[in-house]
Design a protein around this ligand. Sequence first.
Ligand code: SAH
Length: 215
Amino acid sequence: MIDSYEMARARMVNDQLRGRDIVDPRTLAAMQEVPRHLFVDDAMQARAYGDFPLPIGSGQTISQPYIVALMTQALGLQGGEKVLEIGTGSGYQAAILSRLAAQVFTVERFNALLAGARRVFDKLRYFNIRAKLDDGTLGWAEFAPYDAIIVTAGGPEIPEPLLAQLADPGCLVMPVGDQNEQVLQLLQQRDGQRTVTPLVGVRFVDLVGEYGWGR
Ligand code: SAH
């Protein structure tokens, strides 16, 4: 049986993703598979597949589906990778990554958000995600290096500890800029060389921490 959320997801994938520049078949399949509505409050489930960000509590937001897909696609995951995410929030981006990589590690600074995300991971049986409460600008040294790192909050620059925990080859995507607007940057590391490619202008919530904005 096809439920209405599944249809809403199919429309989202077609109109908002395929209709733009999301072409990676694995990314499109993950966006079709993961039930985004379970990552927002009951009262907002009907709007979960709209072309916009939504509030998730603690003053934070879940990114618009297109931005989640764009950041995911930029990482070029093949299936065997170890991925680090900074900014668990609702858990939706980590859930998408967990369908495309071997292991996902995610760090969040608000306990209420972390607890909510963990509940959904368990419910969906996404057992390859590990989440912890911490300042994610410090990375997660215990499981480094990471083949891919994704930062889902905006900061003034790429935190040094994250660069130190990036594998070679490896890539990192993060919104970099001021507290009003940022540019999504893709950093690729190969043979000790780093190249940075700007992708698109974005507006993310603040990355708050030792290597981010002050509290
Ligand atoms: N990836 C999330 C997006 C959440 S918004 C999702 O799919 O829903 C960004 C998140 O980054 C917020 O939850 C915010 O609390 C968190 N954040 C900001 N600074 C952080 C830091 N230094 N360490 C960990 N999480 C941080």
